[in-house]
Design a binder for this molecule. Structure first.
Ligand code: NAD
Length: 356
C-alpha cells in the first residue's frame, strides 16, 4: 500500500523527533512492503518566522489532502511575547478545526521495565497500567456560551455545557470501536448525579452500547474516576468522557506512567485521517542537542498505522521494538534512573529500528 503523510516538524525538538519517526516508518515500509510518501509543511513558530502567521493556508491544504498528519511540537520562548492570535499554539487549534477532529485518543501505558519511574506504589503498578482515554474534543463547556453579567451578588461570569445526542453518539462509537481493538471494556465517565448533560451522555452511551454486544460498559462518576486512576488503574481499558473531564483525567493518567517523553496521542475525525503527536511540547531547553527522547513520536506513528491505516501488525512491530529497547535497559537522559549512559535521540532511534 502507499500512504501520503504530511509532516509538521514544528519547533524546538520537533524536527529531531519527527525525523526519528520518519526513519522508523521507512524501515516498517521496507519490511512490510508499504511506501510512505512524506511532505513537510510549516506551522507554529517556524511559520511565524517565514510567513508572519502560525498556520499558512498551504499547510492546511496539505494536511487535508494527506492520508494523515504527524506533528512534532510547536512553540518556544522566542514567540512567547506574541499576542494570542499569532501565537504558535494557534496552529494546533486551527488544524483541529480544519480537519474536524472531534476525538482525542491518549493511551497511558506503563512498561514493566520503567515501573520505577511510576509515582504509584509498587503493588498498584504491579497489576499493570494500559488504558486509553477517548476525549470529546470539539463540544461541551469549552465551546458553550459564556460571558459576564450582573448577578445576585454583583458581577459574575458563566460558562455553559451543552452536548447533543449526535455528538455523544459519535464519540461513544469511537470508544466502542477502540475497545474492540483492545480488551473490549469501556468505562463511561460523567457526573450524572448532578449534570443534565451527563444524564443525556449516560443514556446515549448505553443506547450505542447495544450495537456492540461484544464490549462491556460501565459508568463511573468523574470524582470516583479521578480516585480510581491512582488507586487501581488496572481496572480501566477504554475511558470515554467529555471535553473538560477528559482534559483533566488524561493529564492525570499520563502523569502516573512516568515520563512525558513516552506518551503518544491521536486526534481523529469521522474519516480515517488523523493528527498524531507526542503529548509533550517542544522542549526548548534541550532543542538541537540530540538529547530528546523520540519514543513518544515513534509511538504516535504506530498509532497512525493502527488507527488511520488499519496496519495492526506493523503498529505491533513498532510497539514491540520500543518495549524491547526499554526491557534491555537502553535509556535516553529523561528516563535514565541512577547509573548508566544516556543514548542520544539518533542512537535510540537506531536501536528501535534494529529491533523491528
Ligand atoms: P515541554 O513538554 O516542552 O517540556 C517539559 C519538560 O520535559 C522539559 O524539561 C523538557 O526538556 C522535557 N521533555 C519534553 N519532551 C521531551 C522529550 N521528548 N525528551 C526528553 N525530554 C523531554 O513543556 P513546556 O516546557 O511547558 O513547553 C515548551 C513549549 O512547548 C512551550 O512553548 C509550549 O507552549 C509548547 N507546547 C507545545 C505543545 C504541542 O505542540 N502540542 C504541547 C505542550 C507545550
Amino acid at each position: 500500500m502507499e500512504y501520503n503523510i504530511a509532516l509538521i516538524k514544528g519547533d524546538g525538538i520537533g524536527p529531531e523527533i519527527v525525523e526519528s519517526a520518519v526513519a522508523v516508518l521507512e524501515k516498517v515500509g521496507e519490511k512490510f512492503g508499504h511506501v510512505f510518501h512524506f511532505t513537510a509543511y510549516p506551522a507554529g513558530g517556524e511559520a511565524i518566522d517565514k510567513f508572519g502567521i502560525p498556520l499558512p493556508e498551504e499547510t492546511v491544504r496539505g494536511c487535508l489532502e494527506s492520508d494523515s498528519v504527524l506533528l512534532g511540537a510547536v512553540g518556544g520562548p522566542k514567540w512567547d511575547g506574541l499576542s494570542g492570535d499569532i501565537r504558535p499554539e494557534k496552529a494546533l487549534l486551527g488544524l483541529r478545526a480544519a480537519m474536524e477532529l472531534f476525538t482525542n485518543l491518549r493511551p497511558a501505558k506503563i512498561y514493566p521495565a520503567l515501573k520505577d519511574a511510576c509515582v504509584l506504589r509498587a503493588d498498584i503498578v504491579g497489576k499493570g497500567i494500559d488504558l486509553v482515554i477517548v476525549r470529546e474534543l470539539t463540544g461541551g463547556i469549552y465551546f458553550g456560551e459564556r460571558g459576564r453579567r450582573e448577578g445576585k451578588y454583583g458581577p459574575e461570569a458563566y460558562d455553559t455545557e451543552a452536548y447533543s445526542v449526535y455528538e455523544i453518539e459519535r464519540i461513544a462509537r469511537v470508544a466502542f470501536e477502540t475497545a474492540r481493538k483492545r480488551r473490549c471494556h469501556v468505562t463511561s465517565i460523567d457526573k450524572a448525579n448532578v449534570l443534565e448533560t451527563s444524564r443525556l451522555w449516560r443514556e446515549t452511551v448505553h443506547r450505542v452500547a447495544e450495537e456492540y454486544p461484544d464490549v462491556t460498559v460501565a459508568d463511573m462518576l468523574v470524582d470516583n474516576a479521578a480516585m480510581q486512576l491512582v488507586r487501581d488503574p488496572s481496572k480501566f481499558d477504554v475511558i470515554v468522557t467529555s471535553n473538560m473531564f477528559g482534559d483533566i483525567l488524561s493529564d492525570e493518567a499520563s502523569q502516573i506512567t512516568g515520563s512525558i517523553g513516552l506518551l503518544a496521542s491521536a486526534s481523529l475525525g469521522s474519516g480515517t485521517r488523523g493528527l498524531y503527536e507526542p503529548i509533550h511540547g517542544s522542549a526548548p531547553d534541550i532543542a538541537g542537542q540530540n538529547k530528546a527522547n523520540p519514543i513518544a513520536t515513534v509511538l504516535s506513528a504506530a498509532m497512525m498505522l493502527r488507527y488511520s491505516f488499519g496496519l495492526t501488525r506493523e503498529a505491533d512491530a513498532i510497539e514491540g521494538a520500543v518495549g524491547a529497547v526499554l526491557e534491555e535497559g537502553l535509556r535516553t537522559a529523561d528516563i535514565l534512573v541512577g547509573e548508566g549512559e544516556a543514548l542520544t535521540c539518533t542512537e535510540m532511534t537506531g536501536e528501535i529500528i534494529k529491533r523491528l
